[in-house]
Design a binder for this molecule. Sequence first.
Ligand SMILES: Cc1ncc(COP(=O)(O)O)c(C=O)c1O
Length: 444
Amino acid sequence: MSDTAATAAIPNNLEAFWMPFTANRQFKKAPRMFVGAKDMHYTTADGRQVLDGTAGLWCCNAGHGRPRIVEAVQKQVAEMDYAPAFQMGHPRAFELAARLAALLPSPLDHVFFTGSGSESVDTALKIAIAYQRAIGQGSRTRLIGRERGYHGVGFGGISVGGIVNNRKHFGTMLGGVDHIRHTHDPARNAFTRGQPDNGAEFAEDLIKVIQLHDASTIAAVIVEPVAGSTGVLIPPKGYLKRLREICDQHGILLIFDEVITGFGRLGTGFATEYFDVVPDLITTAKGITSGVIPMGAVFCSSKIYDAFMTGPEHMIELFHGYTYSAHPVACAAALGTLDTYEEEGLLTRASELASYWEDAVHSLKDCPKVIDVRNLGLIGAIELEPIAGEPTKRAFSAFLKAYEDGLLIRTTGDIIALSPPLIISKAQIDELFGKLRTVLQSNI
Ligand SMILES: Cc1ncc(COP(=O)(O)O)c(C=O)c1O
């Protein structure tokens, strides 16, 4: 690296940037900087290679620096940088929507583009409420989320979300929101491989909520099929199907937040296919462009789309959208990403690797302080016993140690979450868990 590049990579003044979801003061004392990325690795400012155990932030599903995506973005930005998103269109947006719709079960054949997962969540919640109104069910305004749920950081998302720290600082949030219990039940399910046998009955919480508020006040329920950011909670067998049944019986829309499960994470295009449960709306982002350009999307059924397509044709049907909805460069990145997924069979690759991955994740169960291990598709979690009086510290020490040893992991609470790019090789899986074993066996 030239001197100038090195200077640019490590600016002297780190103060101005208020970093998201980061311990700013600690980071700025001992910064960790990435300056390059290719395939399965990041390059640090001091020239080390770091194996990406988390696909960036669950987003770089095709790995890094993939040629099809890079070329598509370069070409698009030179050809047309931006087109207005309202009352104008551009061909790549329609091509992308049609290709995405083809990946989903047939009722989900319309796509609304957003700029992120948080925007997708707010969009889906708004569509759900507006849909109920459009079909004459205007009293259905209530939204139901789940404890420990993560649905991004917009006011809608934190209101239906259930992570205490993401909520408690921000006032009263949306009114008319209730929550069902999360499904994490280590007393019965610790060290389960794949989906736990116990816990389908957690879905009955929805009946209780309906009994309390009455179905006529409830617009929608939103859940992550596999809860990711809270530390990987795998749904018990039968749980999601039961939620679907209850929603159907009571005229409630079911929203799957597939921001992390979408685009091959479980070895199918989406979790809807994996669990064989079709929701009314799906929120996505991240893997849609393999993390290259910010983008999100909401998929909705024709039943919902058609309910809005009434009234005078010159009238806007849904008063919602973003300047960057279907941004041309994001669309190009997404098309390049879909090409890469298709050419390399990446949307199903996790199913080929799943049992190898499962064995590797569970091989850590004998490490010190490990109190649970969970996995599904190419997702893994290792839960550590918290240090008494200092929650999160043990896992964060593991994160720091892993980074020093050339491995990127993600931690939340005292849980280590793993979600590598879908291009990971078996040898790299061995390397990842070899490094992690060393970390867990050190004195953290
Ligand atoms: C399930 C889920 N929903 C929404 C989001 C928010 O996405 P973004 O950070 O792109 O706004 C995330 C991000 O991790 C997520 O995991």
